[in-house]
Each structure stands twice: as C-alpha cells, then as structure tokens.
Design a protein around this ligand. Structure first.
Ligand SMILES: [Zn+2]
Length: 486
C-alpha cells in the first residue's frame, strides 16, 4: 500500500502598566483613531514582561469587556451524555447551524480538492475550514473583500472557519533534517499528520516527530521563514519571493476581509522537542499575540466569532496556565492547539487532563486531528469539533475509509471487483448505507481503472466517499450521545 499522507500535525493592572486611567474596554468602544494608543499600550505591556510579577499582570487581564453571547453566534448544549463528558451541541452562525460533534473538512484555497462544495451538504458536514496563509498569497484577502467575502466568492452560504495563517508560515522554517525525515513514507502513518504536497492545513504540529506534523509542502524547498520577533512573523512568499509580515493585527484584518464565521488568533508554533523553558516562553508569546488578536477583532467584530487557541504542549502545568489565561478573556470558544503529543496515547492523556478544565459554556475545537480513534476518544472527552485534511488527502492517494478500516483501492484484488463497493467498504444493507456517487453507481474496479488512467474523476469519487464516511461517523457519534450510549 502506498503510504498516504496522513494528518496527525489590565483595569487596575492596565493603570499600573500605563499612566492612562480609562479601561481598555473603554478604548475598544472608541474610534479607530485610537489604534496608535492601543498599540502603545500593547508595546508597553511587552516592555513589562521581563519579570514574573509583571507576567501575572498579563495573565490576569481584566481590561476586556465581560463576555456576552452574541446574537449572531450562539451555542446550545442539546444533550450531555450520562456515560461520559460527550455532548451534542448546536452552534448557530450567520451562515447556518453547526451540529456537534462535527468533523470540519479542509478547503485550503476556499475549495475542497477535487469535489464541489455541494458534497459537504450531501455528506452532512456543516463547517468548512479555509487557510488564511494560502488565501493571502492567492488571490489576496483584499480580493475576497472586493468579492463580498468568502461566502459570496466561493458560492457556499454555509459556516466557515479560518486560521491565522501562522501555522503555515511557521512551517516554512522547518529544518532541513525535518524535511528529509518527512520524505520517509512510513513516518507518522497514524492518521493525523498532513505530509502533503499541497500545503493543506495541518495546524498545531511541531515537526515530524509527533502526532500532528507539519510535514512537507512544496513551499519548503527553501527556508522562507525570515524572522520571528515580538511583533510577528516575517517570511517570503513562495509564489514571488516578496517579503511579507504577519502580525496578530494583520492576520485578524486579513480574516476580516476573508469573512469566515469563526476566526482564530495568531499563535506561535514551536518544534516538539524543545525545552520546557522554551515552551513556556512560547506559550507566553502566544498569549500576548492572542490578546492582541482579540483586541483587534473586538474593534470591528463584523459578525465573526473568535476562538482562543490553548497552548502548552503536553505539559500539564502549561496547559492549565493557558486555559486560566485564555478563559479570562472574552473569546467565543476554545481551540486546542500546539503540540498534541507524539502519538495517540499522548493525545489521549492530554485530553484527559485538559478537557475537564476547559469551560463547558462555549464551544471547543481540536485543531488538526482527524483519525477515527482519536475522534472517538475526543468525542467521549467532550470535544465539539475536529478538522483535518486527512480524509480528503488519503482519498487522492488511494485510500477509501470503510467500516472495516482503510481500503487501498489501488490493490490488485480490487481490479476486478465489479460488485457494489459496499461489499468491501461495509454497510451493504440497511439505512446507514453510503450515499456517495461511488457507492451508488460505480464499482471499485471502475475506480481503480480511473485512477490508473489518471482520470481526475477517480479522486472526486474517492474524496466524495470519504467525506460521506466522515459525515456518517459524526452523525453516529451525535446519535450515540443523544441515546447515552457513549
Ligand atoms: Zn461511499
């Protein structure tokens, strides 16, 4: 079997730090001309970050307004399982409803590779992910603004989420040895890293030695990451070599122009194998960047929700600190980012201590995880949504998801399988059978033929099947929660 690319990855304090007497909340309501004042405050905050006493000022930031649920973004728990932390919820956005637990398909460039958006609706997948980094470079966030935002531009009036662009930018700085390592076909064959050649999203990973790896992309033939400093990240465009800078503020502005329903703050991504001290410093920087991102977002909310990104790697103390800090700010939900461990077992352990301390009154999202065992465990631990390019990537590389495990449709044994694909993929009878085009109309033999003939329809059929499979899997999880079965 060809190894598929797998995805696995201030009020009184403010007054103390500045001479101002008004709260930051007041400033948020003030006209945009206060931007410089805001930046001044932020930079002074950074200037005070050297001592641990001043860090406490940053961590207990009470200058933001109290969180109030927004009319355009509501969260409702439909049922909490009596057997686990699992819960079925409903998130309402300006572009429709997301039922959770949900799998979020990745449409990197504002498109799912090889299939139209309608496949998501047919597969019962509500939310689609878009990558700010890719949209920044092509066609440009101003272009999307001109078009009236991503929903109008791509012609899908359903919920969307975008990342900050930081993950891909940081991944440009992978070391040469990591690049070599990621070329090994058997590395991380675990369902959660995205060693892809197309730059699809694989958020939160820190190299190839872990569960959720950045992997290699065609953009990484040279080191395009130029500088990381307190202000942001400087990098060169893989398209034309132009030097660009991503700051918390510019990332949020780009995401405002793109216009997804849920946006994410800029955070720092580090390698997996760094010292605890380095990780701790990175968590602090992510917190400062996320604070700046939220501040920028609240100046002009534009019917968008922003999730915080909880960091801290697999270190329990740092994760707890991250939860404590980020839950003190008025984010609309919580994403779990950063390194999630070397393997599923570490992810499991991480979720076991992390999920019970994440507040249950807002939605949460596990970044970059899409393998079925991890999703099943995450659901029981109370995770609301998961995103990964895994199901769509493996489809284009010869793998169909099935009730009986992954099926490599390039194997010779399927060349003459003329019967219903469900005979191999499961669910050949009953109400739960796959409603994708491949399972309804074609055979594995035909699929194998199209693939060998390099007919793009092969990848369309396989992608559609895998998305239907993910949709059915999540529907089963939701039903099992409603019935208190998990
Ligand atoms: Zn199917």
């Amino acid at each position: 079997m060809r190894s598929p690319p797998l995805c696995w990855a201030f009020t009184e304090r403010l007054a103390m730090m500045t001479t101002a007497t008004t709260t930051r909340a007041t400033r948020i309501a003030a006209p945009p001309s206060n931007r410089n004042l805001h930046r001044g405050i932020i930079h002074r905050t950074f200037a005070h970050q050297n001592s641990s006493a001043d860090r406490k000022d940053i961590i207990k930031n009470d200058s933001f307004p109290e969180y109030v649920q927004k009319p355009f973004f509501t969260f409702e728990v439909l049922h909490e399982s009596k057997r686990s932390r699992a819960r079925a919820c409903k998130i309402t956005t300006p572009h429709g409803t997301i039922f959770t637990p949900a799998f979020v398909a990745v449409g990197t460039q504002g498109a799912l590779k090889a299939v139209p958006h309608s496949v998501l609706d047919d597969a019962n997948l509500d939310l689609m992910f878009a990558n700010t980094y890719h949209l920044l470079l092509q066609p440009g966030h101003e272009h999307l603004q001109k078009a009236g935002g991503i929903h109008k531009f791509i012609g899908r009036n359903r919920p969307t989420i975008s990342d900050s662009g930081g993950f891909q930018v940081f991944s440009l700085g992978l070391d040469a040895d990591e690049l070599d390592e990621s070329k090994s076909p058997n590395k991380n064959n675990n369902g959660n890293n995205n060693n892809n050649n197309n730059g699809e999203r694989n958020h939160g990973g820190t190299g190839t030695k872990e569960l959720k790896s950045r992997g290699k992309t065609k953009h990484k033939q040279q080191n395009l990451l130029e500088k990381v400093d307190e202000d942001g990240v400087t990098f060169r465009s893989y398209r034309d070599g132009t030097t660009l800078k991503l700051t918390p503020e510019s990332s949020v502005q780009a995401q405002k122009n793109i216009g997804c329903d849920i946006i994410l703050p800029l955070d720092e991504l580090t390698k997996y194998d760094i010292s605890l001290q380095e990780l701790s410093e990175s968590v602090d920087r992510s917190h400062r960047w996320e604070t700046r991102s939220l501040y920028e977002h609240l100046k002009n909310v534009k019917e968008q929700a922003m999730y915080a990104i909880i960091h801290g790697g697999v270190d329990e103390r740092l994760r707890k600190k991250s939860v404590e800090y980020l839950t003190s700010l008025p984010f609309d939900g919580y994403a779990i980012g950063g390194s999630l461990g070397k393997n599923r077992e570490e992810l499991k352990e991480l979720l076991q201590f992390l999920m019970p301390i994440i507040p249950r009154d807002k939605p949460n999202h596990l970044l970059g995880i899409g393998d079925l065992p991890s999703i099943a465990h995450g659901v029981r631990m109370g995770v609301d949504s998961f995103d990964s390019a895994y199901p769509t990537q493996i489809a284009r590389h010869g793998t169909l998801l099935s009730e009986n495990g992954p099926v490599n449709y390039r194997k010779s044994e399927y060349r003459e399988h003329f019967g219903k694909p469900a005979e191999i993929l499961g669910n050949s009878s009953g109400d739960d059978e796959c409603k994708c085009l491949l399972c309804r109309k074609h055979s594995l033999s035909y699929l194998a033929h199209l693939d060998r003939a390099n007919e793009p329809m092969a990848w369309s059929l396989a992608t559609e099947h895998n998305l239907h499979f993910m949709g059915r899997t999540m529907e089963r999880h939701r039903q099992a929660i409603m019935n208190d079965e998990i």
